[in-house]
Design a protein around this ligand. Structure first.
Ligand code: SER
Length: 586
């Protein structure tokens, strides 16, 4: 059964069962909290929450789609036998289930979802299920006993495994959205179908029950094709094998990277993404540059970067467009080829200069790597690949942190004004003489808020700010506490701050009347003089469950990862019941 037949079979199956067939949404999502579309349910978020009525849009509460999806989380894994960036996701969905409502317009929940999954896999596809998994339950969400019963009623011999939240709980996409426990189908040892029972809405880590639950399922077409076509890996399915041969000199790993990345490039460009140094544009740039560099590296030997021959790679792009174009009408041959050529020209220039420089350098750390990126446009992957042993210690997290710091710099510089409503002058002072210093001070300022919250976690609520002073070198934070801190307490405080930094939580504020602000539980400096309206700055997805909230005038970073790393340098006394910590950001 080829991929076209599988797509059709899937859509027909659900259409016959009262589902509206909805076209894939763009890879550029509506939801600003995610860069690219990562799941089929994303375009349906507002139907789950009840904001929009599915009956009005679809004539039914049930939908099915084949969604173009892109996940960056696996980007470094691409090259092995199973990982992809771009993939197609088959999914059926049901919104706003109310028990007893008549089919086909009424929604459905676990019983029908599991029955459909079982019948499609065993009867339509003729496959044998190895086992299924259900959510085992934890403190917050009960075990999914119902799903287990339903599976057993369909096949009394079926093996039902129980897994924790890590495996059998899904969502939300982006910073908030529907989510819930899952049941998953395994065939030939491969997880092929993930069925989510959306019972909750998650925001800032908190789960609230959705008014009406829903169903969201997702099955990767590539994996299903692999099983149905009895292939050893996804690259042997017709989805890739039909794209023709690459030159024999190219090894398997590089071939897979080329296949994945070129396919992703075709779809991203056709949906309007353009190469740039930011967000999705940067993802696209990385894909193009990595595909080209790998191709060339294998064809001409490492570091011999001149005169790329594009016949093979262009041929591959054209083949992808031809093969996928019958299902995805939006594929745009002219745009794909011209963007690809243009980006390659830029890259060729960059790589000639950059690799020359790379040869001169000893060991590579994130700062040097970032300089190479900034000056020559060498992406992380290229530096890693071409740096060889020199780049062994270079880690993506460090490089990304460096990149992020840089991106924020210009934004912070021109617009940030000290102290908002003058509050910082009361609580301490921010001292900076130019933009670079202001940037550093801003990072330290947010770090100081995290420090206070962490100290209260470790030492208790006796801790309150007694003063602060921030320069580009360090923050100095005074707080009430009756004794010297132990080394363990210092370490723990530092660890908590760094943990929050690495979670990359957003930082925001809400202006509100002072009396109301006090009721939010936000910390404030007793000696401070506050205007009648204050800003409550918080670190987290919402004020309600923020890790830190304080009355403050700013400025702060937008996301905690911009802080980089946090280190306590010294802890000492400054008088009875008041301690002082000096800390730096790395
Ligand atoms: N949203 C779930 C997933 O992406 C099921 O569709 O796996």
């Amino acid at each position: 059964m080829n991929a076209n037949e599988i797509r059709k079979k899937f859509l027909d199956f659900f259409e016959k069962r009262g589902h509206k067939i909805v076209p894939s949404s763009s890879l550029i999502p509506d939801d600003p909290s995610v860069l690219l579309t990562t799941a089929g349910m994303q375009q349906f978020k507002k139907y789950y929450t009840g904001e929009v009525d599915p009956i009005k849009d679809f004539g039914t509460k049930n939908a099915a789609s084949i969604q173009k999806s892109f996940r960056t989380s696996d980007i470094d894994e691409v090259g092995d036998e199973s990982h992809l960036t771009f993939f197609e996701m088959l999914g059926n969905f049901s919104f706003g289930y109310k028990p007893g409502e008549a089919s086909p317009k009424g929604g459905y929940f676990k019983k029908e979802a599991i029955e459909y999954g079982h019948d499609f896999i065993t009867k339509e596809m003729g496959l044998k299920i190895d086992y299924v998994s259900v959510f085992e339950g934890d403190k917050e969400v009960p075990a999914d006993i119902e799903s287990e019963k339903i599976w057993k009623s369909l096949d009394k011999n079926i093996v039902v495994k129980k897994f924790s939240r890590e495996d059998n709980f899904w969502g939300p996409t982006g910073s908030e959205g529907p989510c819930g426990p899952t049941t998953e189908i395994y065939v030939n040892g491969v997880e092929i179908w993930n069925m989510v029972f959306n019972e909750y809405y998650c925001s800032g880590g908190k789960l609230e029950k959705l008014k009406t639950p829903g169903v969201d399922t997702g099955m990767g077409l590539e994996r299903l094709a692999m099983i149905a076509q009895n292939k050893k890996n996804i690259f042997e399915t017709d989805l890739f094998a039909d794209l023709g041969e690459l030159p024999a000199i190219v090894d398997d790993k590089i071939k897979r990277i080329m296949l994945d990345h070129c396919r992703a490039v075709v779809f991203l460009v056709s949906d309007g993404v353009r190469p740039s140094n930011k967000d999705r544009g940067y993802i696209l740039r990385r894909l193009i540059r990595r595909a080209v560099a790998h191709f060339h590296k294998s064809a001409r030997g490492p570091l011999g970067m001149t005169g790329l021959d594009f016949a093979d790679i262009e041929n591959l792009l054209v083949k992808i467009i031809e093969k996928y174009g019958s299902f995805y009408k939006e594929l745009n041959r002219d745009a794909v080829l011209s963007i690809f050529r243009e980006e390659n020209d830029k890259f060729r220039l960059a790589i000639n200069n950059g690799t020359r420089e790379l040869k001169k350098i000893g060991a590579l750390d994130a700062t040097i790597a970032f300089k190479l990126y900034e000056t020559f446009g060498l992406t992380f992957e290229i530096i890693k690949d071409f740096g060889g042993e020199k780049a062994e210690m270079l880690r993506r997290e460090d490089f990304d942190a460096e990149l992020k710091k840089h991106q924020e710099k210009s934004r912070a510089g021109a617009t940030a004004k000290f102290g908002g409503h003058g509050l910082l002058l009361d609580t301490g002072e921010l001292k900076a003489k130019d933009e670079a210093e202001l940037k550093k001070v801003t990072r330290l300022h947010t770090a100081t808020h995290l420090l206070q919250a962490a100290l209260r976690k470790v030492l208790g609520n006796e801790v309150r700010q007694a003063g602060s002073d921030i320069t580009a070198e360090r923050t100095r934070f005074d707080f009430t506490f009756s004794r010297k801190l132990t080394p363990e307490e210092i370490k723990k405080t530092e660890d908590i701050v760094n943990e929050v930094v690495h979670k990359d939580l957003p930082v925001g504020f809400v202006p509100m009347p002072i009396e109301e602000a006090k009721k939010t539980g936000a910390l404030y400096f007793f000696k401070g003089k506050y205007p009648s309206e204050v800003k409550v700055y918080y670190v987290g997805h919402s004020l309600k469950d923020a890790f830190s909230k304080e009355f403050c005038g700013g400025p702060h970073v937008n996301h905690t990862l911009e802080i980089g790393g946090f280190k306590i340098i010294k802890e000492e006394t400054v008088g009875a019941g008041v301690r002082r910590i000096r800390a730096a950001v790395l």
